[in-house]
Design a protein around this ligand. Structure first.
Ligand SMILES: [Zn+2]
Length: 109
C-alpha cells in the first residue's frame, strides 16, 4: 500500500485553514478590579501558550506541505527509507520511520 499523498495534502491544508481561522485573538485590554486583572493575566498567559502551540503545529504542517511539494513526503529524515503508509496515515506530520522515531525518543530519555 502506498501513501495517498493527495489525501494527505488535502487533510493538512484543511487543518492549516482551521488553525488559521482559530488563531488566538489577543485578550481585551485589562480593566476592572484586581480579581479581574488576575483572571485577565491568566487568560493572557493561556492564550500565549496556545498561540505557541498552534504556531508549532502550523510550522510542522508547512514543513509537511513543503515535503509533499518536494516529493520527499513519507521518506524518513534519518535513514532515507519510506515511512510505513499506516504510520503516515496515523500521523501525517511524521518525518521519521518507526525505528528512528524509537531511537530518537530513547536518546531523549
Ligand atoms: Zn528511518
Amino acid at each position: 500500500m502506498a501513501i495517498d499523498v493527495q489525501a494527505a495534502r488535502k487533510k493538512l491544508e484543511e487543518e492549516r485553514t482551521q488553525l488559521l481561522a482559530r488563531s488566538i485573538q489577543p485578550p481585551e485590554p485589562a480593566r476592572g478590579d484586581e480579581a479581574d486583572l488576575a483572571a485577565m493575566e491568566q487568560a493572557k498567559e493561556r492564550s500565549l501558550w496556545l498561540a505557541n502551540d498552534q504556531k508549532q503545529r502550523l510550522a510542522q504542517i508547512d514543513q509537511a506541505l513543503a515535503r509533499i511539494a518536494a516529493g520527499t513526503y513519507g521518506v524518513c529524515d534519518a535513514c532515507g527509507k519510506p515511512i510505513a503508509p499506516e504510520r503516515m496515515e496515523a500521523n501525517p506530520l511524521a518525518t521519521l520511520c518507526i525505528e528512528d522515531q524509537a531511537k530518537t525518543e530513547k536518546k531523549r530519555k
